[in-house]
Design a protein around this ligand. Structure first.
Ligand SMILES: Cc1cc2nc3c(=O)[nH]c(=O)nc-3n(C[C@H](O)[C@H](O)[C@H](O)COP(=O)(O)OP(=O)(O)OC[C@H]3O[C@@H](n4cnc5c(N)ncnc54)[C@H](O)[C@@H]3O)c2cc1C
Length: 391
């Protein structure tokens, strides 16, 4: 069974690549090992798929080579994907500035891709396990549970390691290593933090409470919500900073980024000296959060009794809360994998491996990781589209 192009992985980048290549007249076969095509698309954005970010730029990506993603992102932009979404009549809205979500359901984005594959003539095959990939004289042989398929071009679009029980595998890294390509160390990213047992014990009862904060780590900061969970810390600010965090690092949380807390507390001390500190702090966060944190840090009593030095300690804790997460929830709940196949190993124009002509890598398996907010799908669309023009 001969094809021009075989794509392994029926996710965001693979589907985009399949349709793009098939529209060029290439005979395309896409192989997916699970029953379901596009599972992560369906799970994404809380079921509404945050399919792109209007203000997507290369600065929204982590990579050992920050220039690598520029070319593809400029050849297939957020506006290009929005144009496709419009053409399919999908209604969407902008949530947090720039982040576009479906009004109805993620199913619509998957349906868009399936329709494009159908119109272009790309063939999709699910429940097909790939046992072996081999380079032949005129292309690649792919041995699978449904027999052997051969193609001139082989595209690896099997994604990263997050959500292993949804079909994620390390297949792309294995193929990369088989052909002598370097792979950088990987870690779960866009992932909640777990906490040391003693701190968790204090914070657990606050599970479900959120607070707009600024979180910083290793020179990067994000100002978004923090969510306390029964395992530790989550919410967009935490997911974002997790991509910059390494085991053992401290993170710093400003619980009141909009407030000059020092000046405000001194004013309150003068105007309401009998007010309890926890009561005052509850003006800027939920009562339970204010109470728990005041207890945790030993800030009892009336504000009138606080010296300037003691007030400074309050400011230090609430504006510069330094804590060391014990770890992350790992690939079980991570949205993406940080790191991957070294970008120097593939062409930024075609995504073809420099050491293996005819072999392409696209999407999350590469060492290109986006911020939260639709950037990861934008990378999948852009890399899939660009490779689809050359395979
Ligand atoms: C819960 C969740 C929510 C997310 N929400 C968003 C969001 O709202 N916006 C956003 O931009 N990003 C989001 N992401 C990230 C986004 O889903 C990924 O970045 C994107 O799907 C990566 O595309 P990909 O094509 O590289 O890989 P995937 O979409 O993961 O596709 C890879 C495919 O390859 C298949 N596969 C794996 N191994 C093999 C093998 N050996 N043989 C055959 N097939 C194989 C997998 O089953 C899968 O279908 C979310 C991720 C998660 C986990």
């Amino acid at each position: 069974m001969k094809y021009d192009v075989i794509i392994i992985g029926g996710g965001a980048s693979g589907l985009m690549c399949a349709a793009t290549a098939a529209y060029r007249g290439r005979k395309v076969l896409l192989l997916e090992h699970t029953k379901k095509i596009g599972r992560k698309i369906l799970m994404s954005g809380g079921g509404r798929c945050n399919f792109t970010h209007l203000h997507n730029t290369p600065a929204n990506f982590l990579s050992a080579n920050p220039h690598f993603c520029k070319s593809a992102l400029s050849r297939f932009s957020a506006a290009d994907f929005v144009e496709l979404v419009d053409r399919h009549g999908i209604e969407y809205h902008e949530k947090t500035p720039g982040q576009l979500f479906c009004n109805e359901s993620s199913k619509e984005i998957l349906q868009l891709l399936l329709t494009e594959c159908e119109w272009s003539g790309a063939e999709l095959m699910t429940e097909t396990s790939v046992f072996e990939v081999e380079q032949g004289t005129a292309g690649y042989h792919v041995r699978t549970s449904r027999g052997q398929f051969d193609a001139e071009s082989l595209v690896i679009a099997s994604g990263g390691l997050s959500i292993p029980n949804g079909g994620a595998t390390g297949f792309a890294y294995e193929v990369a290593e088989q052909f002598g390509l370097q792979v950088t160390p990987r870690q779960a990213a866009l992932v909640p933090f777990t906490l040391q047992p003693d701190l968790l014990e204090h914070l657990k009862p606050l599970s479900g409470v959120s607070q707009p904060v600024t979180v910083s780590c290793n020179g990067m900061s994000f100002s978004e919500n923090l969510l306390l969970t029964h395992r530790g810390l989550s919410g967009p600010s935490i997911l974002q900073i997790s991509s910059y965090w390494k085991p053992g690092d401290e993170i710093e949380i400003d619980l009141l980024p909009q407030l000059d807390l020092d000046a405000w507390l001194k004013e309150q001390r003068q105007q309401r000296p009998k007010a309890e500190l926890r009561t005052l702090m509850a003006q800027h966060m939920t009562k339970r959060l204010a109470q728990t944190l005041c207890e945790l840090w030993g800030f009892e009593g009336e504000v009138g009794q606080y010296s300037n030095a003691r007030l400074q300690e309050v400011v230090q804790q609430f504006k510069h809360w330094c804590l060391k997460p014990s770890g992350t929830e790992g690939y079980r709940t991570a949205e993406v994998t940080l790191g991957g196949i070294e970008t120097d190993e593939v062409s930024q124009k075609t995504f073809e491996a420099k050491k293996a002509p005819g072999l392409y890598f696209i999407g999350e398996c590469l060492d290109v990781t986006g911020h939260l907010g639709g950037h990861n799908f934008q990378w999948a669309w852009a890399s899939g589209f660009c490779a689809g023009q050359y395979v």
